[in-house]
Write a new protein. Structure first.
Length: 274
Protein backbone atom coordinates (compact mmCIF):
# COMPACT_ATOMS: atom_id res chain seq x y z
CA UNK A 1 0.00 0.00 0.00
CA UNK A 2 1.35 3.43 -0.95
CA UNK A 3 1.65 6.28 1.53
CA UNK A 4 -1.25 8.13 -0.12
CA UNK A 5 -3.43 5.02 0.04
CA UNK A 6 -2.59 4.60 3.74
CA UNK A 7 -3.64 8.19 4.40
CA UNK A 8 -6.86 7.87 2.41
CA UNK A 9 -7.74 4.61 4.18
CA UNK A 10 -7.08 5.88 7.70
CA UNK A 11 -10.38 5.68 9.57
CA UNK A 12 -9.48 6.47 13.20
CA UNK A 13 -8.92 9.71 15.09
CA UNK A 14 -5.60 11.51 14.64
CA UNK A 15 -4.67 14.16 17.18
CA UNK A 16 -1.96 16.67 16.29
CA UNK A 17 -0.54 18.36 19.37
CA UNK A 18 1.26 21.49 18.22
CA UNK A 19 0.50 23.19 14.90
CA UNK A 20 3.51 25.47 14.52
CA UNK A 21 5.62 25.57 11.38
CA UNK A 22 6.48 21.87 11.39
CA UNK A 23 3.16 20.59 12.71
CA UNK A 24 1.29 22.79 10.25
CA UNK A 25 3.47 21.63 7.36
CA UNK A 26 2.79 18.02 8.26
CA UNK A 27 -0.96 18.62 8.50
CA UNK A 28 -0.96 20.31 5.08
CA UNK A 29 0.88 17.31 3.67
CA UNK A 30 -1.57 14.85 5.21
CA UNK A 31 -4.60 16.63 3.82
CA UNK A 32 -2.97 16.97 0.39
CA UNK A 33 -2.25 13.24 0.52
CA UNK A 34 -5.90 12.39 1.04
CA UNK A 35 -6.32 12.15 4.81
CA UNK A 36 -9.92 12.90 5.79
CA UNK A 37 -9.87 16.30 7.54
CA UNK A 38 -12.77 15.24 9.74
CA UNK A 39 -10.58 12.59 11.34
CA UNK A 40 -8.06 15.20 12.57
CA UNK A 41 -8.10 17.03 15.88
CA UNK A 42 -5.58 19.86 16.44
CA UNK A 43 -4.53 21.00 19.90
CA UNK A 44 -2.73 24.34 19.68
CA UNK A 45 -2.86 26.88 22.54
CA UNK A 46 -1.87 29.74 20.24
CA UNK A 47 -3.36 28.95 16.82
CA UNK A 48 -2.24 31.07 13.89
CA UNK A 49 -4.63 32.27 11.21
CA UNK A 50 -3.37 29.41 9.04
CA UNK A 51 -4.16 26.89 11.78
CA UNK A 52 -7.64 28.34 12.26
CA UNK A 53 -8.08 28.06 8.50
CA UNK A 54 -7.83 24.28 8.71
CA UNK A 55 -11.19 24.33 10.53
CA UNK A 56 -12.92 25.45 7.33
CA UNK A 57 -11.70 22.23 5.75
CA UNK A 58 -13.20 20.06 8.48
CA UNK A 59 -10.31 19.79 10.95
CA UNK A 60 -11.39 20.16 14.58
CA UNK A 61 -9.22 22.90 16.10
CA UNK A 62 -9.08 23.01 19.90
CA UNK A 63 -12.35 21.16 20.56
CA UNK A 64 -13.42 19.84 23.96
CA UNK A 65 -11.26 16.72 24.33
CA UNK A 66 -13.06 15.25 27.35
CA UNK A 67 -13.57 11.55 26.68
CA UNK A 68 -11.60 11.67 23.42
CA UNK A 69 -9.16 8.84 22.73
CA UNK A 70 -6.69 9.09 19.86
CA UNK A 71 -5.83 6.21 17.57
CA UNK A 72 -2.77 8.25 16.58
CA UNK A 73 -1.22 11.14 18.52
CA UNK A 74 1.45 13.20 16.77
CA UNK A 75 3.40 15.31 19.26
CA UNK A 76 4.83 18.40 17.57
CA UNK A 77 5.16 20.73 20.57
CA UNK A 78 8.47 22.32 21.51
CA UNK A 79 10.48 19.99 23.77
CA UNK A 80 10.54 22.65 26.49
CA UNK A 81 6.71 22.68 26.51
CA UNK A 82 6.26 18.92 26.64
CA UNK A 83 6.12 18.54 30.42
CA UNK A 84 3.38 21.15 30.62
CA UNK A 85 1.40 19.56 27.79
CA UNK A 86 1.92 15.94 28.85
CA UNK A 87 -1.01 15.58 31.32
CA UNK A 88 -3.55 16.63 28.68
CA UNK A 89 -1.90 14.43 26.07
CA UNK A 90 -1.85 11.43 28.39
CA UNK A 91 -5.63 11.70 28.81
CA UNK A 92 -5.97 11.15 25.04
CA UNK A 93 -3.79 8.04 24.92
CA UNK A 94 -4.96 4.48 25.35
CA UNK A 95 -2.78 1.35 25.60
CA UNK A 96 -2.78 0.84 21.82
CA UNK A 97 -2.52 4.49 20.74
CA UNK A 98 0.32 5.17 18.32
CA UNK A 99 2.29 8.14 19.67
CA UNK A 100 4.62 9.70 17.11
CA UNK A 101 6.90 12.43 18.43
CA UNK A 102 8.92 14.90 16.36
CA UNK A 103 10.42 16.63 19.41
CA UNK A 104 14.18 17.06 19.43
CA UNK A 105 16.07 15.40 22.26
CA UNK A 106 13.03 13.68 23.77
CA UNK A 107 13.56 9.96 24.20
CA UNK A 108 11.15 7.12 23.58
CA UNK A 109 11.32 6.23 27.29
CA UNK A 110 10.51 9.81 28.30
CA UNK A 111 7.58 10.01 25.91
CA UNK A 112 6.22 6.64 27.03
CA UNK A 113 6.50 7.63 30.67
CA UNK A 114 4.72 10.93 30.13
CA UNK A 115 2.05 9.87 27.64
CA UNK A 116 1.89 6.07 27.43
CA UNK A 117 0.99 4.37 24.16
CA UNK A 118 3.17 2.81 21.48
CA UNK A 119 5.91 5.30 20.71
CA UNK A 120 7.77 6.27 17.55
CA UNK A 121 10.40 8.99 17.74
CA UNK A 122 11.04 10.94 14.55
CA UNK A 123 13.08 13.93 13.42
CA UNK A 124 11.90 15.80 10.29
CA UNK A 125 13.34 19.04 8.93
CA UNK A 126 11.95 22.31 7.61
CA UNK A 127 11.99 21.49 3.85
CA UNK A 128 8.94 19.44 4.84
CA UNK A 129 7.06 22.72 4.26
CA UNK A 130 7.52 22.23 0.50
CA UNK A 131 7.33 18.44 0.50
CA UNK A 132 11.11 18.08 0.25
CA UNK A 133 11.94 17.19 3.84
CA UNK A 134 13.71 14.13 5.15
CA UNK A 135 12.72 12.38 8.36
CA UNK A 136 14.54 9.72 10.37
CA UNK A 137 12.42 7.57 12.68
CA UNK A 138 12.89 4.83 15.27
CA UNK A 139 10.16 2.69 16.79
CA UNK A 140 9.80 1.27 20.29
CA UNK A 141 9.74 -2.52 20.51
CA UNK A 142 5.98 -2.65 21.11
CA UNK A 143 5.02 -0.85 17.88
CA UNK A 144 3.25 -3.16 15.43
CA UNK A 145 4.10 -3.37 11.74
CA UNK A 146 0.70 -1.83 10.96
CA UNK A 147 1.37 1.12 13.27
CA UNK A 148 4.80 1.62 11.78
CA UNK A 149 3.21 1.70 8.30
CA UNK A 150 0.76 4.40 9.46
CA UNK A 151 3.61 6.46 10.92
CA UNK A 152 5.63 6.01 7.74
CA UNK A 153 2.72 7.30 5.65
CA UNK A 154 2.24 10.33 7.91
CA UNK A 155 5.94 11.19 7.87
CA UNK A 156 6.35 10.49 4.15
CA UNK A 157 3.66 13.04 3.31
CA UNK A 158 6.32 15.76 3.63
CA UNK A 159 9.33 14.03 2.06
CA UNK A 160 11.61 11.01 2.37
CA UNK A 161 11.75 8.77 5.44
CA UNK A 162 14.61 6.67 6.78
CA UNK A 163 14.20 4.18 9.65
CA UNK A 164 16.91 3.24 12.15
CA UNK A 165 16.97 0.63 14.89
CA UNK A 166 19.34 2.45 17.27
CA UNK A 167 17.72 5.38 19.08
CA UNK A 168 21.13 6.74 20.12
CA UNK A 169 21.64 7.84 16.50
CA UNK A 170 18.80 10.35 16.77
CA UNK A 171 20.89 13.07 18.45
CA UNK A 172 23.32 13.10 15.52
CA UNK A 173 20.40 12.93 13.07
CA UNK A 174 18.99 16.03 14.73
CA UNK A 175 22.34 17.80 14.39
CA UNK A 176 22.82 16.88 10.71
CA UNK A 177 19.38 17.01 9.06
CA UNK A 178 17.11 18.52 11.72
CA UNK A 179 19.31 21.57 12.26
CA UNK A 180 21.05 21.29 8.89
CA UNK A 181 18.80 23.65 6.91
CA UNK A 182 19.95 26.51 9.15
CA UNK A 183 23.55 25.78 8.19
CA UNK A 184 22.63 25.99 4.49
CA UNK A 185 20.73 29.23 4.99
CA UNK A 186 23.74 30.63 6.83
CA UNK A 187 25.93 29.66 3.87
CA UNK A 188 23.66 31.65 1.53
CA UNK A 189 23.63 34.56 3.96
CA UNK A 190 27.40 34.70 4.35
CA UNK A 191 28.11 34.06 0.67
CA UNK A 192 26.02 37.13 -0.16
CA UNK A 193 27.82 39.14 2.52
CA UNK A 194 31.18 38.08 1.08
CA UNK A 195 29.99 39.11 -2.37
CA UNK A 196 29.18 42.58 -1.09
CA UNK A 197 32.62 42.77 0.53
CA UNK A 198 34.13 41.89 -2.85
CA UNK A 199 32.31 44.81 -4.48
CA UNK A 200 28.94 43.47 -5.66
CA UNK A 201 25.71 45.43 -5.09
CA UNK A 202 23.80 43.88 -2.19
CA UNK A 203 20.72 42.92 -4.22
CA UNK A 204 22.82 41.18 -6.86
CA UNK A 205 25.01 39.41 -4.30
CA UNK A 206 21.91 38.13 -2.49
CA UNK A 207 20.30 36.89 -5.71
CA UNK A 208 23.51 35.17 -6.82
CA UNK A 209 23.99 33.48 -3.44
CA UNK A 210 20.37 32.25 -3.18
CA UNK A 211 20.33 30.93 -6.74
CA UNK A 212 23.73 29.27 -6.35
CA UNK A 213 22.82 27.48 -3.13
CA UNK A 214 19.36 26.38 -4.29
CA UNK A 215 20.54 25.40 -7.77
CA UNK A 216 23.50 23.45 -6.44
CA UNK A 217 21.20 21.64 -4.02
CA UNK A 218 18.87 20.66 -6.85
CA UNK A 219 21.85 19.46 -8.93
CA UNK A 220 23.01 17.38 -5.98
CA UNK A 221 19.50 15.90 -5.64
CA UNK A 222 19.19 14.98 -9.29
CA UNK A 223 22.74 13.79 -9.92
CA UNK A 224 23.93 10.22 -9.54
CA UNK A 225 27.35 11.57 -8.56
CA UNK A 226 28.38 12.02 -4.94
CA UNK A 227 29.00 15.48 -3.54
CA UNK A 228 32.79 15.14 -3.58
CA UNK A 229 32.77 14.29 -7.30
CA UNK A 230 30.45 17.21 -8.08
CA UNK A 231 32.79 19.51 -6.16
CA UNK A 232 35.82 18.23 -8.08
CA UNK A 233 34.00 18.69 -11.38
CA UNK A 234 33.65 22.43 -10.64
CA UNK A 235 37.29 22.80 -9.60
CA UNK A 236 39.90 23.44 -12.28
CA UNK A 237 43.51 23.06 -11.11
CA UNK A 238 44.96 26.49 -10.37
CA UNK A 239 41.64 28.21 -11.03
CA UNK A 240 39.41 30.53 -9.02
CA UNK A 241 37.45 27.72 -7.34
CA UNK A 242 40.65 25.99 -6.30
CA UNK A 243 41.88 29.23 -4.72
CA UNK A 244 38.71 29.53 -2.67
CA UNK A 245 38.70 25.86 -1.67
CA UNK A 246 42.28 26.16 -0.44
CA UNK A 247 40.86 28.50 2.20
CA UNK A 248 37.65 26.58 2.92
CA UNK A 249 39.41 23.22 3.15
CA UNK A 250 42.38 24.43 5.20
CA UNK A 251 43.18 23.45 8.77
CA UNK A 252 40.92 26.19 10.14
CA UNK A 253 38.38 25.94 7.35
CA UNK A 254 34.91 24.59 6.75
CA UNK A 255 35.34 20.93 7.69
CA UNK A 256 36.61 21.29 11.28
CA UNK A 257 34.20 24.17 11.89
CA UNK A 258 31.21 22.16 10.69
CA UNK A 259 32.34 19.16 12.70
CA UNK A 260 32.38 21.30 15.85
CA UNK A 261 28.96 22.72 14.97
CA UNK A 262 27.39 19.27 14.51
CA UNK A 263 29.02 18.09 17.74
CA UNK A 264 27.56 21.08 19.59
CA UNK A 265 24.07 20.39 18.20
CA UNK A 266 24.38 16.70 19.06
CA UNK A 267 25.34 17.56 22.64
CA UNK A 268 22.43 19.96 22.94
CA UNK A 269 20.04 17.28 21.70
CA UNK A 270 21.32 14.94 24.40
CA UNK A 271 21.03 17.68 27.03
CA UNK A 272 17.37 18.23 26.14
CA UNK A 273 16.65 14.68 27.25
CA UNK A 274 17.90 15.32 30.79
Amino acid sequence: MSSSDALKNFSGTLVLAGAGKMGGAMLSGWLAGGLDAKSVVVIEPHPSDETRGFASRGVKVNPDTKGLKADVLVVAVKPQMFREAAPQLKSLVGPSTLVTSIMAGTTIAGIAEACGGKVIRAMPNTPAAIGRGITVAVAASGVSSEQRAVADALLRATGDVEWVDDESLMDAVTAVSGSGPAYVFLLAEELARAGVAAGLPEALATKLARATVSGSGELLRQSDLDSATLRKNVTSPGGTTAAALDVLMGADGFQPLLERAVAAATKRSKDLAK
